[in-house]
Design a protein around this ligand. Sequence first.
Ligand code: SF4
Length: 333
Amino acid sequence: MDAISYERAGDIADALRAAQQPGTVFIGGGTNLLDLMKGGVTRPAKLVDITHIPGLDTIVSLPDGGLRIGALVRNSDAANHAWVRERYPLLSQALLAGASAQLRNMATVGGNLMQRTRCSYFYDTAFTECNKRQPGSGCAALDGHNRMHAILGASPQCIAVNPSDMSVALAALDANVRVSGPRGERVVPFGEFHRLAGEHPEFDTTLQPGELITAVDLPPPLYSEHTHYLKVRDRASYAFALVSVAAALQFDGATVRSARIALGGVAHKPWRATAAEQRLAGQPLSDALLHDAAAAALQDARAQRENGFKIALAQRAIIRAVNQAAGRQGGAA
Ligand code: SF4
């Protein structure tokens, strides 16, 4: 049995000081971390409990009309908060699509950003080949079961996908992640928070050692009217996405002024479909335009042995999500 030390932080400075010891991990809701520890996937030397830090469990309105959601706000509280529902329904929908009611009541916004892939080889330590768990050991999924794995941005080192629904909406909404660390505070644009596996799949994010997520900032709500989060999965609830789509639109009459589209379940990070967004912008929405945009979004997709179906599925999900966001009956997916 490994010995683990535990410390409860009273404030952010306290947490940062306590985290100076190598092998320290912050714990909030613990819904993913405790599973990883029980399975022997993660073996921290020290846990720093951040759940008693005041001020991190609030949602406040920002002067520019945006929102600041504290890192300790529970997923269910964020999803059901009146300001989130009114100004960012895409985020509310995505949060409610995640996990189960019990888990959403426990899981925090900061923890959701940090949850690790659900690749079964990563969780099962009987498999010795996993570059994410043990750098340099190989990747059992490459020649194994990879139905759930990446079709975009994959690396020969790791083809795992990010499991978060919330993060797909935050990617589409251009959120920012606020971080405190030994060198002070910084703000990370959402697209730069999670990383592709590349040569170092052991790192899921660009967080530096000892840094603590304190909040997520949402920009002014430009996309509150026409949004839809579509999650395609094997079961109706409590299942991770095969493919998910966060779609948000602005219109000038019948013409799309701008579009924001992000995909989940397809890459090591939430995948922003900028090529599709560009195809839609400035055009009246039509079936032909949507098919063109969906094809553009997946033009660089590469299938693994078992997940070729995801490419067509993602295209059809984009079409359906955008149609739903627009309130349009179109060529269905
Ligand atoms: Fe490990 Fe990534 Fe390969 Fe899964 S896909 S076995 S997480 S290296």
